[in-house]
Design a binder for this molecule. Structure first.
Ligand SMILES: [Zn+2]
Ligand SMILES: [Zn+2]
Length: 365
């Protein structure tokens, strides 16, 4: 079928809206009419060639939300008309997948960054030219996307789909890091380093689970202000004060939990240095492969933990409906993070995100 998609034709280049041909769904695939799609830093990392993906032309986009248009013969999870959020794909057969940790799938790259289906067949073309698709098994910077049954999450249909797009990656990552990985008890203290989309979702989750000291750290004053509006009890501008000293001071000895959402070795060091004994630091910030960090080994020795977290350690089919329930009760107002753009303004949305003017741009199709 004919679709409209945002194509990157060269590494680091602009997005261009083009008419493309999309393949028919295979037996285990789902065709989704995309209603909205969030833009995430991973899309830009892919555009800039920082991921192990085939060279352009490519269609990215991995925070799609929409309506099921058509399903393959063996699909039982959803039917046409169902509202869905798209997440990541996995093999369902490796040791990680078998233990319920699909994000740590040993074949994750093949299922998400291959530019084609796992059997090598391609799904997108422009005339004779093959365009790489299947990004996170969706390539949802388009009005229609082909997903696998595994990575569509059925959601209730009384919540507007345009709100739900960021659930598939950024919001789930931040909220899940708190709710699934760190699991602070009510009354606990937590410091969130970097209050962009992931960090802000972590702040919202910390409020929802009853943390009573929630410290946001950033260098953008407007983001810090928003973090306070969303429930952070303290906001620290790391461009003005030493966040480690400030946090030790606020908490009287350390934040029981910390979360690094920046992807910077110095910031990870700070996030570990603010922990008291038995404290846990979660790491969600993405860094280039091979990045090293220096830590105080003696501090770690005293019961401190550093934990890498992908996708909020979430099982999307279970976790996304729970977050939507909290949202609909007014207890997880993640829609406050969103700025909407028409699909045609994708390049403007990217610039605004890169310059820190918006937290989570969402494109309306
Ligand atoms: Zn697997
Ligand atoms: Zn993402």
């Amino acid at each position: 079928m004919e679709i409209k998609a945002a194509v990157v034709f060269e590494t680091g280049g602009e997005f261009r809206i083009e008419q493309l041909e999309l393949a028919e769904p295979n037996d285990d695939e789902v065709l989704v009419r995309v209603v909205s799609v969030g833009i995430c830093h991973t899309d830009l990392g892919a555009r800039d060639g920082h991921l192990p993906i085939p060279s352009p032309p490519s269609v990215f986009g991995h925070e799609g939300a929409g309506v099921v248009e058509k399903v393959g013969a063996r699909v039982t999870k959803v039917k046409p008309g169902d509202h869905v959020v798209l997440a990541w794909d996995y093999c369902a057969a490796c040791s990680s997948c078998k233990s319920g940790k699909e994000l740590y799938c040993l074949d994750f790259f093949l299922h998400n960054f291959h530019g084609a289906r796992t059997d090598g067949s391609t799904t997108l073309r422009k005339g004779d030219q093959v365009i790489h698709g299947c990004f996170f098994s969706q390539s949802s910077f388009a009005d229609f996307a082909l997903a696998n049954e595994r990575n569509v999450v059925k959601v209730r249909d009384d919540v507007p789909l345009e709100v739900l797009a960021p659930m598939g990656c950024g919001v789930m990552t931040g909220a899940g890091a708190v709710m699934n990985s760190l699991r602070p008890r009510p009354g606990a203290s937590i410091a969130v380093f970097g209050v962009g989309n992931v960090g802000m979702s972590a702040v919202l989750a910390a409020v929802a689970v009853g943390c009573t000291t929630i410290i946001g750290v950033d260098i953008h004053p407007d983001r810090l202000e928003m973090a306070r509006e969303l429930g952070a009890t303290h906001a620290i501008d790391a461009s003005e004060v030493d966040p480690v000293e400030a946090i030790l001071d606020i908490t009287g000895g350390g934040a029981e939990f910390s979360l690094e959402c920046v992807g910077n070795p110095q910031v990870l060091r700070q996030a570990v240095d603010v922990l008291p004994r038995l404290g846990i630091c979660g790491l969600t910030g993405v860094v280039p492969p091979g990045t090293e960090v220096s830590l105080n080994m003696d501090l770690l020795m005293n019961g401190r933990t550093v934990k890498g977290i992908l996708g909020g350690d979430a099982i999307p089919d279970l976790f996304i409906p729970r977050l939507i329930e909290l949202y609909s009760q007014g207890r997880f107002p993640f829609d406050r993070l969103i700025t909407y753009y028409p699909f045609d303004e994708i390049n403007q949305a990217v610039v605004d995100m890169e310059e820190g003017r918006v937290v989570k741009p969402v494109l309306r199709l």
